[in-house]
Design a protein around this ligand. Structure first.
Ligand SMILES: Cc1cc2nc3c(=O)[nH]c(=O)nc-3n(C[C@H](O)[C@H](O)[C@H](O)COP(=O)(O)OP(=O)(O)OC[C@H]3O[C@@H](n4cnc5c(N)ncnc54)[C@H](O)[C@@H]3O)c2cc1C
Length: 357
């Protein structure tokens, strides 16, 4: 693999795909396919939702000096037997090795009305515009009590103090955190006026707000951040996938059904010994891209290894939470909060861009 120059096609330029392409492109000819010209940087989408300026560098800048050609297009189909990638531009690309890094999107879980009435993080700019141009402040209900929901709710509450922000979860908002972590999130909710609705499973989204198994929750706008799901292309192409559509890979992130295909980031189901199944996150996607870059350029032949250290949440621009965790992602009691946590989160988010190169 490393001696002879290969043509490697990387599909998807998120944390996983871009980190891999930048490294593989030091040695092999790489074609990177993604529809955007600027780095997606999804972990900043809650900032965009609050109307903060986008900080998305051009992909061409990140890839400068590498043998990487960016095709600004969408993959429509894969022919794994013929080793071809079909694009919406009508072009077909042939490859020796394929790196599949198409990531994930917000899962609407087939909840009636969610697609029509709710804004997922992917529509952050539209949401920001709706709030900016509203005739008067109203109520926003954020659905999802995980990290994305909490980051969205606090960011919106801080940027729009005249609006009433509600956060709604089927379980407990912040329920996965340690008691200290949860207590800090609740303190920040109190300071910003965010109203939490625990144990309220949403059954429908309407123009007037939410229907839940506990009754209705009025809202002028609904933001959907309940969970993420992989894209269907892997399953459609015939890669071995889990029931929820993530590609099954071996210890070197190689598809168990198609050895010439590697799958990284949210698109892959990755199990690490002593850690378990990794969750969809930037924190796991980027290390997978870095690892694959090393593997395909001869820098390592070891299996992919990973251990969790922290969860890092921004709680608006002035506060944050760094939750310490064990290697297997279980909570430690210790947390860092306030400005210290906010600065750590800022360093990590900015550091991502350095790590990509
Ligand atoms: C608001 C928000 C905040 C978050 N905060 C954090 C956080 O603090 N920490 C953390 O660890 N995680 C966080 N996450 C999760 C994290 O963003 C994802 O897990 C991560 O982006 C996955 O990276 P990826 O490279 O696998 O895929 P993605 O970042 O989803 O990138 C996928 C790439 O594939 C491209 N693509 C998709 N379809 C096609 C197609 N058909 N053809 C060609 N290209 C295509 C996309 O355009 C993109 O380039 C957050 C998510 C959100 C929404």
């Amino acid at each position: 693999m490393t001696g002879q120059q290969q043509h490697i096609v990387v599909i998807g330029a998120g944390y996983a795909g871009l980190a891999a392409a930048a490294r593989i492109g030091k040695q092999h000819r790489v074609t990177l396919v993604a529809p955007e010209s600027r780095f997606l940087h999804r972990v900043r989408e809650h900032e965009a939702a609050a109307g903060r300026p986008a900080q998305r560098p051009e992909l061409a800048k990140v890839l400068r000096g590498r043998q990487v050609t960016h095709r600004q297009a969408r993959v429509t189909e894969l022919d794994l037997a013929g080793r071809k990638v079909f694009l919406d531009s009508g072009e077909a690309l042939s490859y020796d090795t394929l790196v599949y890094a198409l990531g994930s999107r917000t899962a609407l879980h087939g909840i009636p009305g969610a697609a029509e009435h709710a804004y997922p993080a992917e529509r952050a700019a539209e949401l920001a515009e709706r709030m900016r141009t509203a005739a008067q402040p109203g109520t926003v209900a954020v659905v999802g009590g995980g990290p994305t929901g909490i980051e969205l709710a606090t960011e919106l509450a801080e940027a729009h103090p005249a609006w009433q922000i509600r956060i709604v979860a089927a379980g407990q908002v912040g329920g996965w955190l340690s008691p200290n972590g949860r207590a800090h999130v609740n303190r920040v909710f109190g300071r910003l006026g965010v109203q939490a609705h625990d144990r309220s499973a949403v059954t429908a989204v309407t123009a007037a707000g939410l229907r839940t198994d506990q009754g209705t929750i009025d809202a002028d706008l609904v933001v959907w951040a309940a969970s993420m799901e992989p894209r269907e292309l892997a399953a459609e192409a015939g890669l071995a996938v889990t029931p929820d559509g993530r590609a099954v890979v071996d210890a070197h992130l190689r598809s168990v059904s198609h050895p010439e295909v590697y799958v990284i980031g949210d698109a892959a189901q990755v199990v690490v010994e002593g850690v378990g199944e990794l969750r969809m996150s930037c924190a796991t996607a980027q290390p997978m891209g870095v690892y694959l870059g090393k593997l395909l350029t001869g820098g390592t032949d070891k299996p992919f290894d990973f251990g969790y250290v922290i969860h890092c949440l921004s709680l608006g621009r002035k506060d944050g939470l760094v939750q310490l965790v064990h290697k297997d992602d279980s909570m430690k009691p210790k947390v860092l909060t306030g400005t210290t946590a906010r600065l750590i989160k800022g360093l990590i988010v900015n550091g991502v861009l350095w790590g990509l190169r």
